[in-house]
Design a protein around this ligand. Structure first.
Ligand code: HEC
Length: 238
């Protein structure tokens, strides 16, 4: 009767087979360079955006806001292009969320000017009267702690040098403190005077919100251009 009359051996072989299958289908892919190609349009967060993301997580914004647009007509009409797997390539952990007390934020980058975000974060009801979102004005009274930024981007494998991280932080500070920063008035109003010349946690959070979904818009535009060029026989689709 061969193997069928030897239950112990049969069980042992089954276990070995199942473990081998598990190894090949789940463990091995973890160490493969990439099972999902990332388009050149999807870029890692800058140092400041990453700090903003950490504040978003710390404050639990993801308990009220999702970051994934489902491929449903109503969602695409409301939020924009539905989410693609590759756009989460640099999201560790991902913030898809499961609860929508507030709207989805996956496409909020570029939807409003920076000034709107400073105003809204400081006093949501002032721009959206029925809003039940808590006010986060106090974030403007806290200097951004960049002590661990370089370590964070290194662990996440973004590949920035220490100098690049410092430059990114400095150039964003110069941008938001410049006299011609478009959101200057509202930023000065919500930020306590002693913090106006520094990067605050609110600055980083606004930088992060403005990044959400922007790469995808470029990706879609890039695909459109590639498709048109392909139709006219100029280049192949990427
Ligand atoms: C208690 C739930 C709740 C929490 C927590 C919350 N929000 Fe909101 N959020 C809302 C609601 C409701 C709205 C819609 C009304 C409005 O615009 O204020 C909203 C709107 C927004 C919008 C505008 C979206 C759009 O497309 O108009 C942004 C941006 C936003 N929230 C960011 C944040 C950030 C950043 C945090 C964390 C610091 C946060 N929210 C925390 C409930 C919440």
């Amino acid at each position: 009767m061969g193997i069928y009359s030897k239950p112990a051996l049969f069980a042992l072989l089954s276990v070995v087979l199942i473990l081998a299958g598990t190894f090949v289908t789940t463990i091995l892919p973890i160490y493969m360079p990439s099972t999902q190609p990332v388009s050149r349009y999807i870029k890692p967060y800058t140092a400041v955006e990453l700090e903003g993301r950490d504040i978003y997580i710390r404050e639990g914004c993801n308990n009220c806001h999702t970051q994934t647009v489902r491929p449903l007509r109503t969602e695409v009409a409301r939020y924009g292009e539905y989410s693609k797997p590759e756009e989460f390539a640099y999201d560790r952990p991902h913030l898809w969320g499961s609860r929508r007390t507030g709207p989805d934020l996956a496409r909020v980058g570029g939807k409003y000017p920076d000034a709107w975000h400073y105003q809204h974060l400081s006093d949501p009801a002032s721009v959206s009267p029925v809003s039940n979102m808590p006010a986060y004005g106090w974030l403007a009274g806290r200097r951004l702690d960049t002590g661990y930024t370089f370590r964070k981007v290194s662990v996440l494998g973004y590949g920035y040098s220490r100098q690049e991280v410092t430059e990114q932080i400095d150039s964003y500070r110069v941008r938001v403190t410049a006299p011609d920063y478009p959101a200057r008035d509202v930023r000065s109003r919500v930020t306590p005077p002693e913090f106006r010349n520094y990067l605050t946690e609110m600055d980083a959070l606004v930088a992060y919100l403005q990044k959400l979904g922007r790469d995808v818009k470029e990706l879609e535009q890039g695909r459109q251009v590639a498709l048109q060029e392909n139709e006219s026989g100029k280049s192949e689709v990427q």
